[in-house]
Ligand binder design. Structure first.
Ligand code: HEM
Length: 413
């Protein structure tokens, strides 16, 4: 693993003591040289409870500044339950890139408004709706795998891990399958280009697409998510078009890259550990617990909040307006929380991981995500023989809001 130091270092504010300043660049560290990119996160538990990283590692800052980082699971959980101090407002400002003001809903809202929006979205993710989706999801996984199987190998990221969640998103939203490639392209521009101009263009294109769709659905309602949002009420009033865009845009960015990243990390582990594949093939009932352990061991999300008022937290003086990163990998690999945290143990019990975060914003799609991950492994193991990492390029990873592999070449005989 290479940890790059940051090229430009913004000034450190006077309230940050020098002994808490660090220079990690979580955005661009890469895997070559290290068999396990998570070694870096594990090493941070020997560091302070909280430190100040000199540059932000979030993707969406036009002018990156320093950020506070909690290293212990307990501090991470406690802070996530204090949204009055650690606020979500303005944390992922896509709309400002295109001169608009709609927030991502509900991820950029604090309670109590946040709860009203969650109530609307609960309808989409109800167990009944998920049950209907389940057989479709399984069929989609099987179709994708059957296309790859005869080839003896694939770029798993490109040919499965990206295609699968986009197809499910299109189905969930009631969007035409013919537009899938377009959404795939927008996703890459938005979340992987790391280029402000390209991200803005993709944001504009998605917002325009959603506006046109909302206008259509007002005239021709359908049994889909947009129509559900159009008919929804928040605090007794109808939801505005901007609010619908904020909800749908969030589902787009929240439900695609996250699943792709988790699939990439989990299949990389399985490809490197044939005995783990053999275990799950021999007893598929172990898959759900194995997924929880893999979500813990290889979690991928770095989230953030803004401090609302001057406060002392975990021994650090924080000022209103400071940004704090919540690194799920740090909580999930904390030795104070898990015995032998770097060990993958499919029989580990009571896996209280925070891969889906914690507190009011805990992932509302976690049930769907878990089903997607379970179905992907079940269908893959049932159809593809023992697989391994292909000779050739070492898997590359990038980190930002989502820590993800860029490619993962697999081979089987
Ligand atoms: C393995 C896959 C996934 C992971 C690891 C994941 C992780 C997360 C995390 C960490 C958050 C909290 C972010 C924050 O508060 O800053 C979150 C929120 C959210 N996720 Fe997921 N997610 C996954 C899949 C999905 C899927 C499939 C969907 C929907 C299609 C989804 C929809 C959402 C929504 C709507 C929120 C906002 C919840 C709120 O603010 O109350 N996620 N997710």
């Amino acid at each position: 693993m290479t940890v790059h130091t940051t090229p430009t270092r913004p000034p450190i504010p006077p309230h940050v003591p020098p002994h808490l300043v660090r220079d990690y660049d979580l955005l661009s560290w890469t895997m070559p040289g290290s068999p396990d990119p998570y070694d870096f996160f594990a090493s941070l538990h020997g560091d302070a409870r909280v430190f100040y990283n000199a540059t932000s590692n979030t993707l969406y800052d036009a002018h990156p500044k320093g950020v506070w980082v909690f290293t212990r699971a307990e501090d991470i959980r406690t802070a996530l339950q204090a949204p009055d101090i650690f606020s979500s407002v303005g944390t992922v400002p896509f709309s400002s890139m295109i001169g608009e003001t709609w927030p991502l809903i509900p991820i950029e809202q604090d309670p109590p408004l946040h709860s009203a929006y969650r109530a609307v979205l609960n309808g989409i993710f109800s167990p009944q709706k998920m049950k209907v989706l389940e057989s479709w999801v399984r069929g989609c996984a099987a179709d994708l795998i059957e296309k790859l199987r005869p080839n003896g190998g694939c770029d798993f990221l490109e040919e499965f891990a990206r295609q699968f969640p986009v197809a499910i998103f299109m189905q969930l939203m009631g969007l035409p399958a013919a537009d899938t490639d377009q959404f795939n392209t927008w996703e890459i521009e938005l979340l992987h280009s790391q280029d402000f101009a390209r991200q803005s263009q993709a944001t504009r294109a998605i917002a325009d697409y959603l506006r046109a769709l909302i206008a259509r659905r007002k005239v021709e309602p359908a049994d889909d998510l947009i129509t559900l949002c159009i008919n929804a009420k928040v605090e007794g009033r109808p939801v505005s078009d901007d609010e619908i865009i904020g909800m749908c845009f969030l589902l787009f960015i929240a439900g695609l890259d996250t699943v792709t990243a988790a699939l990439g990390m989990q299949f990389r582990y399985l490809a490197m550990n044939p005995e783990a594949q053999a275990r799950l093939r021999a007893d598929p009932t172990q898959v759900p617990n194995a997924i929880e352990e893999l979500l813990r061991r290889f979690s991928t999300i770095i989230s953030s909040r803004f401090v609302t008022r001057d406060v002392e937290w975990a021994g650090a003086q924080m000022k209103a307006g400071d940004r704090v990163l919540f690194v799920t990998m740090l909580a999930n690999l904390d030795p104070a929380e898990f015995d032998e945290p770097m060990k993958v143990d499919f029989e580990r019990s009571d896996i209280r991981h925070v891969a889906f975060l914690y507190g009011p914003h805990r992932c509302i799609g976690s049930h769907l995500a878990r089903r997607e991950l379970i179905i992907a492994i079940e269908e893959w193991l049932a159809r593809v023989p023992e697989f391994r990492l292909a000779e050739g390029p070492v898997p590359q990873a990038h980190a930002g809001g989502v820590f993800s592999l860029d490619r993962l070449e697999l081979a089987w005989s």
